[in-house]
Design a protein around this ligand. Structure first.
Ligand code: HEC
Length: 105
């Protein structure tokens, strides 16, 4: 009984806490450097990105909700990736997860 409890706990932890998801992180990194073009405008050390049109994400350390909303709707000269269909909802979720996990690290 106790063993079963720990098994369930351990298998649920990664998904509920949003970490230990290397597949999602690498998908997000790919979008950051590729389709999303984020690297062209932002600094993010983990991605090797040195863009200086937008703020440094390493300094800003935005929460996942902030990244999602700005990538979806745009801000200033930053394109609205969601509203224009440049990225799908799933891609926005992945790239936001990646940025929120790696900014400032
Ligand atoms: C064409 C350049 C450009 C691209 C491409 C771009 N951004 Fe931005 N981004 C900006 C600029 C400029 C700002 C600041 C906007 C302002 O404050 O007026 C910004 C702001 C942000 C912010 C901060 C929002 C806030 O509340 O201050 C985040 C987070 C962000 N971008 C993430 C991303 C991600 C993730 C991508 C890729 C999907 C991306 N950006 C692509 C230029 C860009």
């Amino acid at each position: 009984m106790r063993k079963l409890f720990f098994f369930i706990l351990i298998s649920l932890l990664p998904s509920t806490m949003g970490f230990a998801d290397p597949a999602k992180l690498s998908a997000g990194k790919e979008i950051f450097n590729g389709k999303g073009m984020c690297a062209g405008c932002h600094v993010l050390k983990d991605a090797g990105a040195n863009g200086n049109i937008g703020p440094s994400l390493d300094q800003l350390k935005p929460s996942i909700d902030v990244v999602k909303s700005v990538v979806n709707g745009g801000l200033g000269v930053m394109p609205a990736f969601g509203a224009t269909g440049m990225l799908t909802a799933k891609e926005i979720d992945e790239v936001s997860f990646y940025v929120a996990s790696k900014a400032g690290k």
